[in-house]
Design a protein around this ligand. Structure first.
Ligand code: PAP
Length: 335
């Protein structure tokens, strides 16, 4: 079935919002199918569904961030939802501390609705979305590779804005993506599909893949511009949450004061943004995000090493070998 015909598919997987110019471009690009048979196209080293590519091109042509904006970039399933909640809570903490009577937005809205995706929401339906409605500093997110994002940010007349990136070990990312796909398509796919998705993942043919190129683009960017690109890992936030949230706040030029630290402000933010807290909220159990995805699909186990419950030793070895080979010499290492 063509992607445009399946009604419950998210818009970004469809092909019904593409200009003639982009159709012409697509016809010249390397093409392949995802593991479910939907068409993907490779544009400048990254795989996209048609609607996603259109939105990425629109971001590149029209999005011009200001110095104070914050862009959260992430590997799909790499910790996006957590990073969105943490950054929103850190950056806006004074506003809600001073007004304890105001319900914190993270208690009534899904993190994806507080921090919208550039290409999956804002530029998915408009070339000129109303960005003024977001509280300052504006926080937006993306799954684009850094080189693709830079086609927009480098054209901004303002000084560079801050970019925070998060990713996660590729075995856990794969398993998380598998569960997400099942929930998204409201089905329980069989072992054959699991293996097909695994093969596609290992060959890099997946939306925003290859994932190792995704990670490398931000890794190199963070080494070249430490002041404006922060590279974070999901596992490190799990291991040393206090330290990582403080690192995040310092990078964003809003470090925690000694007084805040003593009064437990960092811990409060971690509790507010914890998987347990967010996933138990009514809005995240039964709500739907603005881009039409059930909120609960973004929350599952959040464990490091869950791949052990799903991958055979051979599969694990295959991913390890790919990661070792592709990241060799970069200084980026995953255990
Ligand atoms: P996205 O890229 O589609 O937005 P993303 O949030 O990056 O997804 O990844 C979802 C993973 O983060 C899930 O991991 P799992 O499948 O291994 O369980 C989800 O459980 C986890 N996650 C979501 N929110 C949080 C949170 N607040 N704290 C820790 N982990 C979280």
């Amino acid at each position: 079935m063509e992607a445009s015909q399946e009604s419950h598919l998210p818009n970004y997987m469809k092909d019904d919002n593409v200009s003639q110019e982009t159709k012409n471009l697509i016809s010249s690009l390397p093409a392949d199918k995802d593991f479910m048979g939907y068409s993907l196209y490779n544009y400048k080293g990254c795989w996209y569904y048609p609607n996603t590519l259109q939105a990425v091109l629109d971001v590149q042509d029209h999005f011009r961030p200001h110095k104070n904006d914050i862009i959260l970039a992430s590997l799909p399933k790499g910790g996006t939802t957590w990073l969105k909640s943490l950054v929103f809570a850190v950056v806006h903490r004074e506003k809600y501390r001073e007004n304890p009577q105001v319900i914190h937005p993270l208690l009534s809205q899904n993190p994806h609705d507080l921090v919208p995706f550039l290409e999956l929401e804002l530029y998915a339906s408009s070339q000129t979305p109303d960005l003024a409605k977001f509280p300052s500093p504006m926080i937006v997110s993306t799954h684009m590779h850094l080189n693709a994002l830079q086609e927009a940010t480098a054209k901004s007349s303002s000084s560079p804005c801050k970019i925070v990136y998060v990713c996660r070990g590729l075995k856990d990312t794969f398993v998380s993506g598998w569960h997400y796909k099942n929930k998204l398509h409201r089905t329980k796919m069989d072992q054959g599909s699991f293996e097909l998705m695994f093969d596609a993942y290992c060959s890099g043919v997946i939306l925003y893949g290859p994932y190792w190129e995704h990670m490398l683009s931000y890794w190199k960017g963070s080494l070249e511009d430490k002041e404006n690109v922060l590279f974070m890992r999901y596992e490190e936030i799990i291991e040393e949450p206090l330290l990582q949230v403080k690192r995040l706040a310092e990078f964003l030029n809003c470090p925690f004061t000694e007084e805040e630290e003593k009064s437990g402000s960092v811990k409060e933010i971690l509790n507010l943004c914890s998987l347990r807290n967010l996933s138990n909220l009514e809005i995240n159990k039964n709500g739907t995000t603005r881009i039409g995805i059930d909120s609960n699909v973004f929350f599952r186990k959040g464990e490091v090493g869950d791949w052990k419950n799903h991958l055979t030793p051979q599969m694990a070895k295959k991913i390890d070998e790919i990661v070792e080979f592709k990241l060799r010499g970069s200084g980026l290492i995953f255990q």
